[in-house]
Design a protein around this ligand. Structure first.
Ligand code: IFM
Length: 427
């Protein structure tokens, strides 16, 4: 009888402990990694990007037919997260998969994402859920995508479905990833679907529709859960003057405004934190973007499309600027490097974390850091050549193998969590 009581008490105690750990997890500094559905899952056939890839328009003619089999291996991949010791995972839900036809929701896909969220939580990993990461369902593309006002409503409908199902389990939501990038490539540079070039009016309409959808979703999530943390993940670049001439200084200011603040200002009342995706900085002058001299090379990665600066100080500067402008907490929602030999990545991570430490010592509230990416994946500009992964993927067997930087990141996280003299880990 006594043993029974002891066992009963032990079960209750372990349940309480687990809940306490999960609850406290949500307050911890978020140490994480990020991915997106289309880039890893494979089989995202009802999407506009898949259509684009089928026409041979993606880099190297590659397709995401298999990608890195992330949909089938989603639950297996939780082991990688555990191995890294991260306490959070940023991933996206694929609209096209969940709603392959207008108003026809795929119950199996909805269940898959819900189960993934629950499985992450059961493993002590906080899910950070992105609702839109570059791709649209094909039926949305057929209705002229984001230039159509209806798309905002359709997106809100889809988002509500996801939120209704998961709002008890998700605190952190990113409505849209890098609208400043995907809309510019879709409507100005013309190399993302629907390939419109320099169509400023259409571009402006698309921006308005994305922000309108964001605002509605922001309000909807907060009606359901007033503790939720909702934002957009923007791509930030630190534009610096290439000389101290007034004209270059002005150009840098204009670029910073056009690239970043123009976008973030529009939803400053509808973001609970500033989501920063940071990769590199740029040196600019009046001639930007026509000059080929606007990069000051410090250390250059193997990024496919153009040489990429490795400049952690740019991240420090951006976080300071964002802090001064909005006085809101900041989460680094992406930061990473394509480095197949893995010889620059450990330093890249360390230096960017140190830059955040410096920003923090200057009063910036930083609540999380997500390395891009958990594993190699399909890159919008580089196909499968750009290797951002902490885990290398063998594209034939789909086996994941940790690169040395995976262990480096794991040890760094452990170090920060143990050593109270370092200021970053808890807040
Ligand atoms: O892979 C992309 C991601 O989808 C958006 N941010 C930049 C990453 C690296 O190019």
């Amino acid at each position: 009888m006594k043993t029974k009581w002891i066992m009963f008490a032990a079960v209750i105690f372990s349940l309480c402990l687990k809940n306490a750990v999960l609850a406290s997890n949500e307050q911890e500094f978020l140490w994480g990694v990020a991915t997106s559905a289309h880039q890893i899952e494979g089989g995202d056939i009802p999407s506009d990007w898949y259509e684009f890839e089928k026409q041979g328009k993606a880099p190297d003619g590659s397709t995401t037919e298999k990608a890195v089999d992330g949909y089938n291996l989603a639950f297996e991949d939780i082991k990688l997260l555990k191995e890294l010791g991260v306490n959070s995972y940023r991933f996206s839900i694929e609209w096209a998969r969940v709603e392959p036809e207008n108003n026809k929701f795929d119950e199996a896909a909805l269940k898959h994402y819900h189960d993934l969220i629950v499985a992450l939580k059961n493993n002590g990993i906080t899910p950070v859920v992105t609702l839109h990461h570059f791709t649209n369902p094909k039926w949305i593309a057929d209705k002229s995508s984001w230039t159509n006002k209806e798309t905002a409503n359709e997106f809100v409908e889809y988002a509500r479905k996801i939120i209704d199902q998961n709002n008890n389990d998700v605190t952190y939501w990113i409505t849209v990833n890098e609208p400043n990038v995907f809309l510019s490539y879709s409507y100005i540079f013309g190399n993302f679907p629907p390939y419109k070039k320099k169509d400023i009016l259409v571009y402006k309409k698309a921006i308005e529709n994305v922000f309108e959808a964001h605002r509605q979703i922001y309000r909807y999530i907060h009606e359901k859960n007033n503790k939720a943390q909702v934002s957009i993940a923007y791509n930030f670049s630190d534009f610096k003057p290439k000389t101290y001439r007034l004209i270059d200084v002005l150009s840098a200011r204009i670029c910073n405004y056009a690239y970043s603040w123009y976008w973030t200002d529009q939803v400053k009342n509808e973001m609970d934190f500033v989501g920063i995706n940071y990769y590199f900085s740029r040196y600019v002058g009046l001639d930007y973007p026509f000059s080929s001299q606007y990069y000051k090379y410090t250390d250059v990665s193997e990024w496919n499309q153009w040489p990429q600066n490795i400049q952690p100080e740019g991240l420090e500067h951006i976080t300071l600027m964002a802090h001064n402008r909005y006085k809101k907490p900041i989460i680094i929602t992406e930061n990473g490097l394509p480095d197949k030999d893995d010889d620059k990545r450990p330093d890249f991570i360390k230096n960017h974390i140190e830059a955040l430490n410096t920003a923090k010592s200057k009063g910036v509230e930083i609540n999380g850091y997500f390395y891009w990416s958990l594993m190699d994946n399909f890159e919008w500009w580089g196909g499968y050549k750009d290797k951002y992964g902490l885990y290398e993927v063998d594209y034939n067997t789909m086996k994941r193998r940790p690169r040395p930087s995976a262990f480096y990141y794991r040890d760094l996280i452990m170090n920060y969590q143990k050593n109270e003299n370092l200021s970053l880990p808890t807040y």
